[in-house]
Write a protein that binds this ligand. Structure first.
Ligand SMILES: Cc1cc2nc3c(=O)[nH]c(=O)nc-3n(C[C@H](O)[C@H](O)[C@H](O)COP(=O)(O)O)c2cc1C
Length: 201
């Protein structure tokens, strides 16, 4: 096998082994400043129809993680005042430490331009591609990562405290760190079942 063929095999094996690390599986260390910059630079190489850059990053790290989590919990309490108090306190407590569970959190903000020739849908797809690039790059760098949305993305109040403008959406909250244990793989799609070949009937 040539060096090139081996490198290609290695890259494919890397893609085949990527797995999200959810549920408290991410720990220290996270990427350092240089590594994070490289990860974000790779993420921003996502396909971008019309070169609109319809996305941006908000990084939450260090003490900001606890502060942002507290703000999110406040939003949650304000928005769910009608919830049964025990349940509300339980969820708010989870929210109050949500970003502290991993060393680095990157919010991928989708900022579309409705006046552009490129459909908004395509601009939003590009933000999804940024998230995916970030997950793949983190994996290639030896880190574990997880892409979630949840309350942070669905609540306008939460989006605001996290720094998104009113006309922006949150495409992904990406947790990055080191896997505490290797996550087991999940069931993967049967590619034959989801693939057809177009025929001229
Ligand atoms: C846009 C988007 C939002 C997601 N939001 C959540 C979420 O809020 N909570 C969650 O548990 N999983 C969420 N997921 C799923 C996980 O990120 C992950 O994809 C899933 O656990 C499957 O793992 P895998 O990446 O190894 O295939 C989301 C996935 C996508 C694409």
């Amino acid at each position: 096998m040539t060096i090139e063929a081996r490198a290609e095999e290695g890259l494919l094996a890397l893609l085949e082994s990527r797995r999200s690390a959810g549920g408290g599986l991410i720990g220290e260390p996270g990427p350092n400043e240089g590594q994070l910059r490289r990860l974000l630079t790779i993420a921003a190489r996502a396909p971008d129809h019309g070169v609109l850059e319809p996305w941006r990053f908000i990084v939450i790290e260090g003490d900001a993680r606890a502060q942002a989590s507290e703000k999110l919990a406040e939003c949650y309490l304000a928005e769910n005042a009608a919830m049964e108090p025990g349940k509300l306190q339980k969820f708010a407590a989870i929210m109050a430490r949500v970003f502290t569970s991993s060393p680095v959190v990157v919010i991928v903000v989708s900022r579309t331009d409705g006046t552009a020739k490129i459909p908004v849908f395509e601009q939003e797809l590009s933000a999804g591609a940024v998230c995916m690039n970030l997950l793949t790059a983190a994996h290639a760098m030896g880190f574990a990562a997880n892409w979630v949305t949840g309350f942070a993305a669905s609540s306008p109040r939460a989006r605001k405290v996290l720094g998104a403008a009113e006309d922006e959406k949150i495409a992904g909250v990406i947790f990055i760190g080191t896997a505490k244990e290797k996550p087991a793989d999940r069931k993967r799609p049967d590619v034959d079942a989801i693939t057809t070949r177009w025929r001229n009937l």
